[in-house]
Design a protein around this ligand. Structure first.
Ligand code: SF4
Length: 97
């Protein structure tokens, strides 16, 4: 499992799904739409620096998750908490799925 944080999001990659991935679309997407903090290492995506690097350089663009879900093996999940969302929904009788 690969996990790292950017300023407000957390990227979680189940890299057990990456060995059979033919596209490595996450890495290409990161390079195309952001600053390329994801690199390919031993056939799997890896952060191209330490945790500070991800928080400093990451753009929170979500491209890796999108690219993986549509062109890879659905291995990436990004947690993007929204402050106050839970309370907002509860006031309206709704809840997070
Ligand atoms: S696109 Fe998804 S499955 Fe493919 S290498 Fe990247 S994270 Fe792994």
């Amino acid at each position: 499992m690969v996990e790292f944080k950017e300023r407000t999001i957390k990227v979680i990659i189940d890299d057990s799904k990456c060995a059979e991935c033919k596209t490595h679309a996450c890495v290409a997407g990161c390079k195309t739409f952001a600053r390329g903090i994801l690199v390919l290492k031993d056939g799997k995506p890896a952060l191209g620096g330490d945790g500070d690097y991800a928080e400093r350089v990451g753009t929170e663009c979500l491209a890796c998750e999108y690219e993986c879900w549509f062109r890879g093996n659905k291995a990436i999940k990004i947690e993007a908490p929204v402050a106050g969302l839970k309370e907002y929904l509860e006031k309206r009788g709704l809840s997070l799925a």
